[in-house]
Design a binder for this molecule. Sequence first.
Ligand code: NAP
Ligand code: GCO
Length: 265
Amino acid sequence: MDMNAFSLKGKIAWITGASYGIGFAIAQAYAAAGATIVFNDINQELVDRGLKSYADCGIDAKGYVCDVTSEEAVGALVKQIEAEVGVIDILVNNAGIIRRIPMIEMSAAEFRKVIDVDLNAPFICAKAVIPSMIQKGHGKIINICSMMSELGRETVSAYAAAKGGLKMLTRNICSEYGGYNIQCNGIGPGYIATPQTAPLRERQADGSRHPFDQFIIAKTPAARWGEAEDLQGPAVFLASDASNFVNGHILYVDGGILAYIGKQP
Ligand code: NAP
Ligand code: GCO
């Protein structure tokens, strides 16, 4: 096998919401594999923070302010990227939010907001890049899904609905555009130590581990939280020619959570 199939040399990758966390780690790996990195985030402060982090590790990334829930802003950004950098070969729909609120206390507006960022925005971004991918003859779209694409839990109804929907959007993009040599796959991270999950890992006043932290370690055969770096290899694979016949798949990177019924009493 030609190992160059894993290379991203000459590819342009747009990772949404990639100033820090999972998106940043994926972008770092793409840069190491040879890709040109483009990212956006919701405000200038985050973009500046991202640009500094990329520069600190020697990556010449292009950063833009763009709210991925705005069809107009995303359309304009894609045009700008095409003019300033080139046609996007790889889109990673990474930007996301979570609200942990018991469902009967959650307003419809709060529910809609989560669906807007976690489900509608990947639709908007994918829709914006697919026409040029069709013209170019290839494209990779990677949607960052979740354990909640498969499982439910208390307080995350909107997030689970969105990430479950994102799994099916992934399969539908594959179904609709696979014939144009576009592969759309998902990555389902397990519980990853990022700012998004920090409240679930906070030390207790007596110095003990947060009960949720203990719960996740017990529920994960790997017996640890994931790190954003754990997602790098799978993300490179799904962006590269090595995965050209992998389509509509969700690759769970979860230390085994979905395989495990939980510790016996
Ligand atoms: P995160 O806090 O979810 O980071 C996502 C980034 O997206 C942030 O910079 C965020 O800005 C930005 N963003 C939010 N709304 C946006 C919008 N409308 N337009 C543009 N950017 C926007 O951190 P993460 O933990 O690295 O999560 C990345 C992705 O992985 C998310 O989709 C998340 O759901 C998913 N995920 C995370 C885990 C985990 O355990 N951490 C597990 C499974 C899946 P702000 O900082 O202003 O919010
Ligand atoms: C939660 C978590 C999640 C994770 C992740 C799991 O409150 O249960 O924040 O849902 O971040 O998406 O894969």
